[in-house]
Ligand binder design. Sequence first.
Ligand code: MN
Length: 234
Amino acid sequence: MTPTYLWAPPPVRSLPVRGRTERLPVNRLFFVGRNYHAHAVEMGRPVDKSVEVPFYFTKSPDTLVESGATVPYPPQTSNYHHEMELVLVVGRAGFRVPQAEAGALVHGYACGLDMTRRDLQLVARDKGRPWDLGKDIEHGSVVSEVVPMPGKIIDRGALELRVNGQVRQQPDIDKLIWSIPELIADLSTFYHLQPGDLIFTGTPEGVGPVVAGDRLEGSVEGVGRIALEIGPAA
Ligand code: MN
């Protein structure tokens, strides 16, 4: 029997796919913490890969927004930050995946913005509290169209973010501390990865505040572009 519901269930969250009319249904949103040395240093928490492991946080899929949107400046912050990131799109299920087999899970890539209430994130961090209020923000996970590249491991390429035409972030993906295969192998020891899971691979240095009226434009060499406009507080 087809179930009925008390109210309309939430819509399927999805993204456009380059070259396809079908959209990609999004499952979970995973985010890698400090994954570029210079960003770890600017956050006051350098990474020593010889003794540390990657860490992650998640956001609700209903924070997802498509590139090109205008989003309201969020409540409860006066320090809303951009974090430009390469996003890995999982296309096949996997659990405890060896690094050498990680490519089999790759459907493709996208550009992403991990928008952050930095003031709330740092309070939570310093008090030992969860990061949710700093990170899990309505309209706070911005993603471009998905570019299918089955099996491809991206390990280099220029990443750039401009705010109102001025460059704010401009590293190369070869600066990732934990590579795409290392992330898939490690994250899949905690989760049974599923098609439609998105993994934001971490932001490089140069994060900073945005205000209403700002126009963000980002790119990842070989992947594509992303745009976002910050509107007034809603
Ligand atoms: Mn991030």
